[in-house]
Ligand binder design. Structure first.
Ligand code: ADP
Ligand code: AMP
Length: 219
């Protein structure tokens, strides 16, 4: 299956992508995670991306598209993937379509996660992540077994630089202006499935699975 998750920052894309990718045995491809790994590894790509990420702006398409092209060409993505955080504007979506056409394939479904902005601010201000495995927690809504430590790795959890309220508000504006038009774009392509992303994580997962199954059986 080739799927994309779309939704504002904090909608739970990473959380759901991790669960769904495991259940479907396909890789989760998160552009945010790849950028952050490059920033912490001090690579050239990381140096170019960092200033945009710190401000909460999108990294330029040229850089992002090239990175995704490399990632999707890897063997583990040949049988399918779950994209989290890409595409983030219509030109990226057009590029993705071209990339997949070159590989003789196309997307099966685009799942939109809907959640209101005040909920997003609450979620992002309590988000904590594992530097080793990338697993995401929330101090209140999805706490680790031991406060501040990853359940898988025992590593010290960290708070993302861009999860400060001012940057969160800017990222929401960027979402409204640049990313939200993808909803109409993918609806026009006949690929869109929309679910509410509020409520417990497990309930959202079950809505996601039903929506994906329904879309695929209608195809
Ligand atoms: P995104 O990838 O869309 O930015 P994340 O998956 O990182 O979002 O989730 C953002 C924050 O919200 C994290 O702290 C996560 O633990 C929490 N979260 C995710 N899903 C839910 C949910 N259904 N209810 C409450 N909190 C959630
Ligand atoms: P995320 O982890 O999805 O919240 O992404 C964190 C940051 O990485 C974003 O605020 C952007 O600066 C950058 N980023 C992630 N994905 C993309 C993308 N598809 N296009 C441009 N920038 C991106």
């Amino acid at each position: 299956m080739r799927a994309v998750l779309v939704g504002p920052p904090g909608a739970g894309k990473g959380t759901q992508a991790q669960i769904l990718a495991e259940e479907l045995s396909i890789p989760k491809v998160s552009t945010g995670d790849i950028f952050r790994a490059n920033v912490s590894g001090g690579t050239e790509l990381g140096k170019k991306a960092k200033e945009f990420m710190d401000r909460g702006d999108l990294v330029p398409d040229e850089i992002t598209n090239a990175m995704v092209k490399d990632r999707l060409a890897q063997d583990d993505a040949a049988g399918g993937f779950l994209l989290d955080g890409f595409p983030r504007n219509v030109p990226q979506a057009e590029t993705l379509k071209g990339m997949l056409a070159d590989l003789g394939s196309n997307l099966d479904v685009v799942l939109e996660l809907r959640v209101d902005e005040e909920e997003v601010v609450k979620r992002l201000s309590g988000r904590r992540s594992c530097p080793e495995c990338g697993r995401v927690y929330h101090v209140e809504y999805d706490a680790p077994n031991v406060a501040g430590k990853c359940d898988n790795e025992g590593a010290e959890l960290y708070q993302r630089e861009d999860d400060r309220e001012e940057t969160i508000r800017h990222r929401l504006k960027v979402y409204r202006e640049q990313t939200a038009p993808l909803v109409e774009y993918y609806s026009g392509e006949g690929l869109l499935a929309t679910i509410s992303a509020t409520g417990p994580v497990a309930e959202v997962t079950s809505r996601a699975k039903s929506a994906i199954a329904e879309k695929r059986s209608a195809a």
